[in-house]
Design a protein around this ligand. Structure first.
Ligand SMILES: Nc1ncnc2c1ncn2[C@@H]1O[C@H](COP(=O)(O)OP(=O)(O)O)[C@@H](O)[C@H]1O
Ligand SMILES: Cc1ncc(COP(=O)(O)O)c(C=O)c1O
Length: 325
């Protein structure tokens, strides 16, 4: 096999880090992210937050949550092991693990510090999403961006890697960890370059029902008001439009909504589709694409995968993250 490199020559490829869970099926979280990074010519690194096992006979999934300090250690280690060009956040299953991820990324000046209670105006308006993250509600001292600026501390590095947040709350039919919404909103969304909720996740984040394309757009705008630069709400097969899937992309800077559509594949949900999309967007950002291009190319990569599902003994087959067979 030839790599196109001479022996001893370094591979000049960007690196991307995924902070995610492991699905032992190989069809969700870290395995999908690393396969996608590799397929797109990006060196993949991983910090694990959870271990998920599906039991086909019992029809349920169990998860083992990784100790928050171990998550911080993995992220610190990855950030010092290589120059990382983009980061993907996937399943982060508890308020404590979200706080740990935020802490590690804020200390590296990749994420802004936690907002203080008085600065939580926007998420205050989100009924039920919770105005305070649990750490803030417990009275932890948070340095606000304004306070940090006052001390001369730089809030986010000018060369900080792009961060794609896939707010994993609903995995196909399984709803999961709705108690993490407040911390997601307060700690993860403000630092996101792109956030990629599926339809039910967008309902949680925007606190509204989504039944139509107009609702999808409204949810994208609402989530955009929480701080991310770009929001891609995946209507996917769940919106049930004839013959096509439509995702709604909101650009917070321009305030513009764009509909991105692809042919519907058999009306099916495939395991790993959402992870592959967020990982592909991360990979393209790592390779230097602007967000608009990364989102478009990421969707194309997923559409190719839908044409080649991999048979799993689970309620849904898996998206294939490799080249066309
Ligand atoms: N049946 C399908 N045919 C083609 N594209 C799909 C289909 N279902 C979802 N998609 C697309 O795949 C991507 C992931 O969507 P989705 O499966 O809803 O995410 P998640 O895995 O987070 O639930 C989106 O771009 C969506 O539009
Ligand atoms: C660890 C992990 N992360 C993420 C997901 C979400 O996967 P999908 O891309 O199918 O939405 C799953 C789904 O089972 C998972 O187990």
């Amino acid at each position: 096999m030839t790599t196109g490199l001479n022996v001893g020559e370094r591979a000049q490829v960007p690196a991307a880090l995924t902070i995610a869970g492991n699905a032992s099926s190989g069809a969700g979280g870290m395995p999908v992210d690393l396969k996608t990074f590799h397929q797109l010519g990006v060196f993949g690194m991983a910090a694990l937050t959870t271990l998920v096992s599906f039991d086909v006979t019992a029809g349920n999934a169990t998860r083992q949550v990784i100790d928050p300090q171990v998550i911080i250690d993995q992220i610190r280690s990855s950030l010092t092991n290589a120059d990382i060009s983009a980061i993907k956040l996937g399943m982060i299953p508890t308020p404590q693990t979200i706080q740990a991820v935020h802490q590690a990324l804020a200390e590296a000046k990749i994420f802004p510090p936690a907002r203080s209670a008085s600065e939580l105006g926007v998420s205050d308006q989100l009924e039920g999403a919770g105005a305070l993250s649990s750490a803030q509600a417990e009275g932890d001292e948070a340095l606000s961006p304004a306070q940090a600026e006052g001390t001369g501390a730089q809030v986010v590095r000018s060369d900080a890697p792009a961060v794609v947040v896939d707010p994993v709350l609903v995995c196909k039919a399984n709803e999961f960890a709705p108690e993490t919404v407040a911390d997601m909103v307060n700690l993860l969304l403000p630092g996101a370059t792109v956030v990629t909720p599926n339809l039910p996740e967008a309902q949680f984040l925007a606190q509204m029902e989504i039944r139509s394309l107009d609702d999808l757009d409204e949810a994208a705008r609402k989530i955009g008001s929480l701080g991310p630069k770009h929001v891609l709400v995946k209507g996917g097969a769940r919106l049930e439009l004839p013959g096509e899937v439509v995702d709604s992309w909101y650009d917070s800077e321009t305030g513009q909504i764009t509909h991105l559509s692809s042919p519907l594949y058999q009306g099916a949900l495939l395991n790993g589709a959402g992870c592959t999309l967020a990982a592909a967007i991360t990979a393209y950002l790592a390779k230097g694409s602007e967000a608009a291009e990364a989102i478009r190319l990421g969707r194309e990569f997923v559409a190719t995968g839908f044409a080649h599902p991999f048979k799993l003994h689970l309620p849904n087959d898996a998206l294939w993250t490799g080249p066309a067979k």
